[in-house]
Design a protein around this ligand. Sequence first.
Ligand SMILES: C[S@@+](CC[C@H](N)C(=O)[O-])C[C@H]1O[C@@H](n2cnc3c(N)ncnc32)[C@H](O)[C@@H]1O
Length: 440
Amino acid sequence: MNVSIITVFPELYEPFLSVSLIKRAQEKGLIGIDVQSFFSLVPPKKRIDAATFGPGSGMLIRPEVVQDAVERQEKAHGKAFKIFFSPQGEPLNQRLLAKIAVQAQHAGHVMLFPARYEGMDARVEQEYADMIVSVGDFVLMGGDIPAMMLLEGFLRLIPGIVGKEESVHEESFTGPFTDYPEYTEPVEWKNRLVPDIVRSGNHAAIADWRMHQAARTSVRKHFSWMRSHAMTKKQQDCAASYMPRHYVALVHGDVLIGGERGVGTTSVTSIDLHDIARSCATYGVKEFFVVTPLLDQKRIVKKLLDFWCSDNGIMYNKSRHRAVKLVTVQDTIEQTIAAIEQQEGVAPLVIATSAVTGLVHAPLITFYDQVTAWQLDRPVLLVFGTGQGLRPEFLCQCDFQLLPIEGFSDFNHLSVRSAVAVVLDRWLGINSKDGGNQGE
Ligand SMILES: C[S@@+](CC[C@H](N)C(=O)[O-])C[C@H]1O[C@@H](n2cnc3c(N)ncnc32)[C@H](O)[C@@H]1O
């Protein structure tokens, strides 16, 4: 396979390409790397760059220079898979590297175009780019470090370049989990011991321990990656065991009801009860508390639950009882919190929800912050209000207030059951980019 790199600074690549596995891969003839300077493509004294049109200063690499590079390198090494670099490109991750490795082997020739200055004339990417890659949401001075990252990342996936090929497929981000901790000698260092299990010689036990360690780190530190990746049932169960238990409360008593009365108690509705219970069952919530102090309302809840759990109810709908069994009625939110504390032996982290934008009563938490909350090692109670929402006095006492759900409109009056579904999905949901989960 040939790799052409067209750069303003070819000298940057000399040390990089003359060490370690990349050096060896070239020596073994697995890859040929041809680094060319943009300046070699223009006659002496001719510029490779020109000023951008329109207001704003900055220089761009001229399109004909890139054209010359493409024509020259493709003549020498065949048609290439062409990769440009830009902060606006596709984020580089293991998934993209795997795609690049496949394309590179298929094409047999990869061209990398690390830019400098303000980048390239936009028409160049439109004309030539098979892929535009970003190494992160930040701006570097040039694309050479991104090009080196990409090389290090995809070359290790080309058979023969890394000695122990199986290790390539067992490392962080090749599956849903990051890597597990690894140890070497000495067995004791600064009073820290290598875990007995990894020295036990019991390969099955070591594999199990490693999977648990990897799952724990992935849940606690790389949840977004993990949930974007297809998992086996075993991996999913293992990951779930490291997520704190979640509870949902739907508060009917002491909520804002508007008008002159201000605060009051709303009625339970059968549709909220079912639908929220079903969302809770889907997202692995341990218990769904319906909070109302009113006896007649409690009776209605009981009647509904009794029906779905009765023979007639189960005959009518086989799975509904699994969801409604999660429902427990409590008089007040304080009793709900106390009940969870009693079950868990530790008070839950209380996260309140509100549809009101711009009014924050407790520390704000976003839908990206579940990992921060989980690191506190406490069960989580997500509290939803009915009527016109939870009272500010209650919100002030919560550990966190979750950012309101919003779309690109000025309307965010969701039904509470829709809000619960959205919050649970954003907070706990699996969101695979690789197709569905993978059986056992
Ligand atoms: C100063 S940057 C140009 C930034 C560009 N004007 C923008 O704001 O999107 C110059 C070059 O560095 C490279 N570069 C900078 N940051 C990058 C990143 N995060 N990922 C990939 N390439 C990057 C690209 O080749 C880019 O064209």
